[in-house]
Design a protein around this ligand. Structure first.
Ligand code: SAM
Length: 447
């Protein structure tokens, strides 16, 4: 295992395992939960990393005007933060729900456009609500007879009849191919369920959808009735929160597709827009080993957005064992490398999975080291080192899963690579760069 010519150097600590540890201070842990642009918390997303973590690497490893790419963009944290810091943010994901969130954040309508559209939707609703109220009543009375597009019984029982009617109307009317409607659909997905008055159903927490069977049993046992929540009012309040910060000056690029060819597709998409087509920083968190089912744990949002949650889970690379996972990441890194600039840096946040549903698994251990050895080194990358982040994932997952936290990752390792020796040197040189944690940071307010 090579640490690069000269072994451990400035910014690296050799810990005797052959892989140097990078002395990057995990300052992101000291920031508030909502640090960063106000569009970040648009919708909850499992295993997303904090905006502050992405800032720590965007600030070190890119400059305004550079392209920052995340081939597994999830809810778009890295490309949004990059765009908000004057970079060209590019996000790719194979999950249509993740793509919708990324696209909504990278190409948002202005606040005025969003509010005007909500007003127009209110007016259409007001003139035709009887039809939707009748439809909602009949579906809730007999969910199985849903006609050509049946509504799952668990969806029907989650909402107050009037809220449900509004959602049926919005689901039918919003056109996700149009920026403003896509943004409103994503914002509505973010307020679909949760325990506070901001949400449209109180049946389940905001973070993920409870299992459908559990939902049915819970609803029957407690004679659950969701309070009436006006979808337009809650959406307006959500828009106020989302538009707290000014929008990034330029739109980013959101791609839907497999990370295996995200590098080449990103290059083509950037060229087609007349933008620089080489990526200075790849900042990403690949799927974890056998931990998250994005479709299943988002079935209610998937219904609202018109996605098939089973098809989502069948298509994603979340279920691998270690050997195929490493092969998968090698293919991804192979395709990314020609798209990186000669001094490009790739930062991979890798969950170190120790247990899976309570059982110890050995193949998740030391995953970052294995990714370096089996996926990055053979593709010609140069190793700058690995930084540890042993707190945020565990805290987040403990909140999510309670005592079942062991099924999720326990440690995040941050693997920092150079595309070439120039990239490795740049990665090492910037380790001790002081990062400005004011938000919006002083240097960026003028961008
Ligand atoms: C750990 S999450 C990334 C979360 C992201 N950093 C954020 O802050 O939201 C991993 C992502 O990989 C996506 N994914 C899984 N297999 C994929 C594939 N073959 N190609 C592209 N994306 C994939 C999942 O949909 C998920 O969004």
């Amino acid at each position: 295992m090579a640490a690069g010519p000269g072994g451990a150097s400035h910014g690296q600590l050799e810990l005797g395992l052959g892989v140097p540890r990078l002395a990057i201070e995990p300052d992101w842990k000291a920031q508030t939960r909502l640090w960063g642009h106000s569009l970040h918390p648009m919708c909850s997303y499992l295993a997303s990393f904090p905006a502050a973590l992405s800032h720590a690497f965007i600030a070190r490893y890119s400059r305004p005007g550079d392209v920052v790419l995340d081939p597994f963009s999830g809810r778009g944290t890295a490309p949004l933060q990059a765009s908000a810091e004057g970079r060209i943010g590019v996000g790719n994901d194979l999950n249509p729900f993740a793509h919708l969130l990324t696209a909504a954040k990278l190409d948002p309508p202005t606040a005025a456009e969003a509010r005007t559209r909500v007003t127009a939707l209110r007016l259409v609703w007001a003139s035709g609500s009887e039809h939707w109220l009748e439809l909602a009543r009949s579906i809730q009375a007999s969910p199985a007879d849903g006609g050509p597009d049946p509504v799952p019984a668990e969806v029907a029982l989650a909402f107050h009849p009037r809220t449900f009617a509004q959602l049926l109307f919005l689901r039918d009317t919003l056109d996700q191919g149009v920026s403003v409607d896509r943004f409103l659909a994503a914002a509505l997905a973010g307020i679909l369920h949760g325990k506070t008055p901001s949400y449209l159903s109180t049946l389940m927490p905001n973070t993920f959808s409870m299992a459908p069977r559990y939902v049915r049993e819970f609803a029957a046992k407690t004679s659950f009735q969701s309070p009436e929540r006006d979808a337009f009012d809650r959406l307006d309040a959500k828009l106020t929160r989302l538009y707290r910060d000014p929008l990034p000056r330029a739109a980013g690029v959101a791609l839907l597709g497999d990370a295996r060819d995200a590098g080449s597709r990103a290059g083509r998409a950037l060229r087609a827009r007349g933008l620089p087509d080489r990526v200075r920083l790849v900042l990403t968190s690949p799927p974890y080993l056998r931990v998250v089912k994005y479709g299943y744990y988002n079935w209610l949002r998937a219904w609202f957005l018109g996605f098939d949650s089973r098809a989502i889970d069948a298509s994603l690379d979340d279920a691998h064992r270690r050997a195929p996972y490493l092969e998968f990441l090698r293919t991804v890194l192979h395709d990314l490398r020609p798209t990186l600039t000669d001094d490009g840096v790739a930062v991979l946040v890798i969950g170190d999975v120790a247990t899976d549903r309570g059982r110890t698994i050995s193949d998740g251990h030391d995953l970052a080291e294995r990714v370096w050895e089996a996926a990055a080194a053979p593709e010609g990358y140069r190793l700058a080192g690995i930084a540890d982040d042993d707190v945020h994932a565990h805290r987040k997952m403990t909140k999510l899963w309670g005592r079942e936290a062991g099924r999720a990752t326990q440690v995040d390792r941050i693997l920092v690579l150079g595309a070439t020796e120039a990239g490795r040197r740049r990665a090492l040189a910037a380790v001790r760069t002081p990062v400005d944690w004011d938000w919006p940071s002083r240097g960026l307010r003028s961008i």
